[in-house]
Design a protein around this ligand. Structure first.
Ligand code: SF4
Length: 456
């Protein structure tokens, strides 16, 4: 059965519950729409199936909340506060994301004057001879003259590449999340924008860049690094882009490996969902350079992480990097739960440790699916039929929509137990979780975050 449109549901609710005000009607519409989207049961059947008394709003809402969030407790259901306020956006279907397989074939390459003679500009022009190359004064001025950014432009982002001269934000501390235990990570802003289309990607709701940005002045990052350098620091490029998906064109990996090998007390991380390691492997490995893969069961990769490498391709790439002498790492983040998730994540963990020896692993992180309200609205517009929208999540105190803490505790305990059972006792940390939850699952902080008992 097809899912009904929001307009159909709204009309039904207006006719059936004329006594309720607009906000109450919106709440009912939203819940009916979410249940119908997940169960394809027909919105009118949802209420009829219980022959519900139509006058008591709270009773109707409670029934619908229970039906929409069957595994949550009553207290948790009371925290589903994001529902009514997101409703208006849902009424207006947004531009859905382009389908699978769109290649990176930019139509326009814009180069800031101050970096027009950089090697990257030349490499991009040669790699894409059909693209129109234009010189611009400053990216910021250029963008300010463009029409207002919307999701249509986000969907077209791979058409445009901007080579800019970064002047301010060379490095920054990872902002983490309010009230969470920080792992002390640092971000190197060597690229902004990604060609993959993970349904949960925060960039969708964050960026207003109408293209992919690369710095043409990587050398300036290197000269600035000494200001940021701290012994023992961990940093990487995978926050605002995938660290390797464009590497066959940018060839940044060789420059980054060459530079950071001079700082053996710093760990530099490439974070990726690609298997684009050919150029990286041309550089001699260094034990302080780590290549990390975000991992999920293949079911999630193929349905949610669009255009990325398959699980097998990622693991094969990890094996090659480990053999070459790089450290490798794994991020089980975001963990997404569904019927049978324990079994499939258990098999995934086994596959990882069957492929990679524990000694070669620098760190492993865990994080549950989370999103801001803005991001959820974007997902509803771009991936309206995706499975993420069916998750039973609530608004948490840090302003993010997450699984309730009871569920996250179970997720982390399950994952940690399986990881420890595989013989791993190295660095293991939770991403964006508060100190209490860290403590409850046996993790304190990075550097003292071993799943094994810690003396610190
Ligand atoms: S790989 Fe990372 S940056 Fe790229 S779309 Fe996926 S989540 Fe976003």
């Amino acid at each position: 059965m097809r899912s009904s449109t929001t307009a159909e549901i709204r009309q039904f609710v207006q006719e059936r519950f004329p006594q309720f005000g607009l906000n109450k009607q919106k709440e009912i519409v939203r819940l009916l729409a979410e249940i119908d989207r997940r169960d394809h049961c027909g919105f009118d059947a949802i209420l009829l199936e219980r022959h519900y008394e139509q006058k008591d709003f709270l009773a109707i809402k409670s029934f619908l909340l229970k039906r929409r969030f069957p595994t949550l407790t009553a207290t948790e259901r009371a925290s589903v506060t994001y529902l009514p306020c997101d409703f208006l956006k849902v009424q207006q279907p947004g531009p859905e994301a382009p389908g699978e397989g769109a290649l990176f074939q930019p139509k326009n390459i814009y180069v800031e004057k101050s970096v027009s003679d950089c090697g990257l500009a030349e490499r991009l022009s040669c790699a894409f001879p059909e693209a129109r190359v234009s010189e611009i004064d400053r990216y910021k001025d250029f963008v300010s003259r463009q029409p207002e950014f919307d999701l249509r432009e986000y969907n077209q982002r791979l058409d445009n590449v901007f080579i800019i001269r970064e002047q301010f934000d060379f490095f920054q501390e990872c902002p983490c999340s309010a009230g969470a235990s920080s792992c002390g990570y640092h971000i190197m802003n060597a690229g902004f924008g990604c060609g993959y289309d993970c349904e949960y990607c925060f960039l969708q709701g964050y960026t207003n860049a109408p293209g992919i940005l690369f710095p043409g002045n990587l050398d300036e990052f290197f000269s600035r690094f000494r200001e940021y350098y701290r012994p023992g620091m961990r940093l990487g490029t995978g926050q605002f882009t995938d660290s390797l998906m464009f590497d066959h064109i940018t060839r940044f990996s060789s420059e980054l490996v060459g530079f950071f090998r001079q700082f053996p007390d710093v760990v530099f991380e490439f974070k990726t969902k690609s298997c684009n390691i050919e150029h990286l492997l041309r550089s001699p490995a260094s034990p302080n350079i780590q290549v990390s893969w975000t991992l999920n069961p293949e079911r999630i990769i193929s349905s949610v992480e669009h255009k990325t490498a398959s699980l097998q391709e990622r693991l094969d790439a990890a094996v090659q990097c480990a053999k070459a002498g790089f450290r490798v790492g794994f991020h089980f983040d975001p963990i997404i739960i569904y019927d049978g998730w324990q079994k499939e994540y258990g098999e995934l963990i086994k596959e990882v440790f069957n492929s990679i020896s524990v000694e070669g692993i620098g760190w492993i992180s865990l994080g549950g699916l989370r999103m801001t309200k803005t991001l959820r609205q974007v997902i509803e517009a771009r991936f309206p039929h995706g499975l993420l929208l069916n998750a039973e999540q609530i608004m948490e105190t840090d302003g993010k929509i997450r699984y309730p803490v009871r569920v996250r505790r179970e997720i982390y305990r399950t994952m940690i137990e399986k990881i420890k059972a595989s013989g791993y006792s190295g660095e293991l940390y939770l991403c964006m979780e508060d100190p209490e939850l860290n403590r409850e699952v046996g993790i304190r902080s990075f550097g003292c975050g071993r799943a094994a008992p810690c003396a610190g």
